[in-house]
Design a protein around this ligand. Sequence first.
Ligand code: AMP
Ligand code: GLY
Length: 279
Amino acid sequence: EGSKSFTKEICDAARIPTAKWERFDAIAPALEFVRRRGAPIVIKADGLAAGKGVVVAQSVAEAEDAIRAMMEDETLGAAGRSVVIEECLTGDEVSLFAFCAGETAVLIGAAQDHKRIGEGDTGPNTGGMGAVSPPAGFDRATQDAALDLLVRPMLAEMVRRGTPFRGVIFAGLMLTEDGPKLIEYNVRLGDPEAQALLIRLQSDLLPALASVADGTLDAADIRFSDEHSVSIVLAARGYPGRPAAGGVIEDIEAAAALPGVAVFHAGTRRDDAGRLVAA
Ligand code: AMP
Ligand code: GLY
C-alpha cells in the first residue's frame, strides 16, 4: 500500500500477472512515455495518497495533466514525486482475501465493493457503500486458482528476501480476457468488505489472528460457511463531502433482530436523551 513500484517489483520477481509498468522520477521522460504509448493509460503516484493517487487517463492530454499535477505542482506532496505508469487493463474488479504467514495462505473469501455514493453506481467515490461476497462469477475454485497465481508466489518472494509477511492480504484484481491480473495488495481487511467476509466465519476470529501472528497458521482451525453475504452502508446525508451529524437513527434493534442480519456501528453515538444518532 505504501509503494506502487515496490508492489510491481515484487510482481515481476515472482512472475505474478500484472499490468505492464514503468517508474519515473523525472517529469520529462514520463511525459515522453505517455506521448509514445498513447491512451488509455494509468498514472499512479508511487506513495500513499489517501485514495486519490490513481488517474485512469482516457486521453494523452489527461495523462499529461495528471503527471504535471503530481510531479510539478506536487498536489499529492511527496507521494507523487515518483510515478508509476501502467498499461490500462479492462475487466471486472474483485478482491481476494487471505490470512497469511510465511508461505502459508488460508483463503478468507472474495468480495466486490461498490464505491460510488449514488444508486446505479453514480456520483463521487466513498470509502465503500457496500460489498457483496462472493462476487458473481468468482466462485471458490476461481478464488483458489487466483490465490495460487497472485498471492502465494508473492509470499514466497517475501520469504526469499528475508522479510516474510504475516497478516491479512487483500489482493485487488482485474478479471481480464487473459486471466486474473493483480492491481494492488492491501495489508488489511477492507471496510465494508470485512463485514461481508467475517460474518461467514464459523470458527473464532481471535485464535485465527493469533495463529497468523505466531506463525502456526498451518495448524489453525479456520472455517467459513458457503453462504453468500452482502454488507450495506447507511451514511448520513451529505456523505462523502460534509456528513450531517446528529440525525436520529431509528429501528436499528428491529433490523438487528432479523435472522442472518448483523448491525455494525461506525460514527454513531447516544445523545443526552439516549437516542442513537449519527456522529
Ligand atoms: P489502486 O489505488 O491501485 O487500487 O487503484 C485504484 C483504482 O484504479 C483500481 O481500483 C482500478 O479501478 C483502477 N486501476 C488501477 N490500476 C489500473 C490499471 N492498470 N488498469 C485499469 N484500471 C486500473
Ligand atoms: N473498501 C476498500 C478498502 O477498504 O480499501
